[in-house]
Design a protein around this ligand. Sequence first.
Ligand SMILES: Cc1ncc(COP(=O)(O)O)c(C=O)c1O
Length: 414
Amino acid sequence: MKEAYSPAKERWALKMAGQQRPTERSTDRLPPGRCIYFDYNATTPLDPAVREAMLPFFAEVWGNPSSVHQVGRRARAMLDEARDEASAMLGCKPSELVFTSGGTESANLAVLGTARHLKPRGQHIITTAVEHHAVLHACGYLAKKEGFEVTHLPVDRDGRVSVESLLKAIRPDTILVSIMAANNEIGTIQPVTQLGAVCREREVLFHTDAVQWFGKEPFQDIHQFNADLVSICAHKFYGPKGAGALFVKSPLLPDPILLGGGHENERRAGTENLASIIGLLEALKLFVRKPIFSREMLLPLSAQLIRSLEDLAGVTRVGSLEHRLANTIAFVVRGTDSIALLANLDLEGICASSGSACSAGSLEPSHVIRALGIGPELQNSLVRFSLGRESTSEEVDYVEKILPEVIFRSRRHQ
Ligand SMILES: Cc1ncc(COP(=O)(O)O)c(C=O)c1O
């Protein structure tokens, strides 16, 4: 049951917080046609250099890499070269890289493919309560339809999983552990290297959904995660949508989830999307070793937003302060919900997001917020700001100024 919101309580809360009710606009509107995009965890724009690299593959190089004639052979040569370069950049063998249609497919292939492949050895999978649905729903499907048992590790108030809880959960029949590197909703970073080391020691395969890690956090090579499977997604770091990869440590061969031709070494059927693969490669080369989401530039901006939240009555920041993506700020707001907040932000020209599935007026509470132990009265009110390369301090100033008014208006319409 949602707690009733009372204006008297709000006045009291504002008074306690030393705040005035915003009575008139505290700042000018953005000029028409301008918006502030604070939703970079959802997607990034395509970088112009990446687009340039892709263009020839929409015009000159259009062959099917599986065709044996010269047009096909030309595409095949480019595909092989892209795989060599991408694997060299990641620090793995070319045969250990499967190109996919993005993060969801990579995570699905890792979870469904590995579980099915190893089913004769055991049917227990471990994941966490805060994974992206690409992992959670794949695990749920295996449990519901294919007889697997899934343990969801809890997280602490910051959204972190502990090594101890993983150690306790591993059983003789555990075949796979899947834990994300960084959370898309609240930005909390998991101790993946340690979690991966535990799995290795216990001889259990480890998948990490590193979709939010690439381009944001330091990357030396793919083995830094101590993982057997790593999911990557190009549009989260200025590459194209519909392009991703799954690192699969040899000699593991997950069962394919797409059946048909023998593409990607029998691991993923379907004619390769060469333009997107080239885009992924270019984004990997340009934006991952030196993360395009610069901590140096983003930390002060997100710290300013975090500080400004402290002054707002009924607003609680969520996620870890110590272990967080520098670009991500998440908070819940008492007395209103994400739909009202996002709509009012949008009216002010601010593009933000909630972790929940908002559609046509319906709202699912965020599973991540629930897992943090936050009460039901706040579970529907998550707002996530995720900043990127184009974010500026003027934008942060504007959002900081307008936020009390946005919250006030969102509450009024409850
Ligand atoms: C952590 C994480 N995993 C997986 C995905 C799925 O990626 P896509 O929707 O591009 O397939 C996302 C996208 O938001 C994500 O943030």
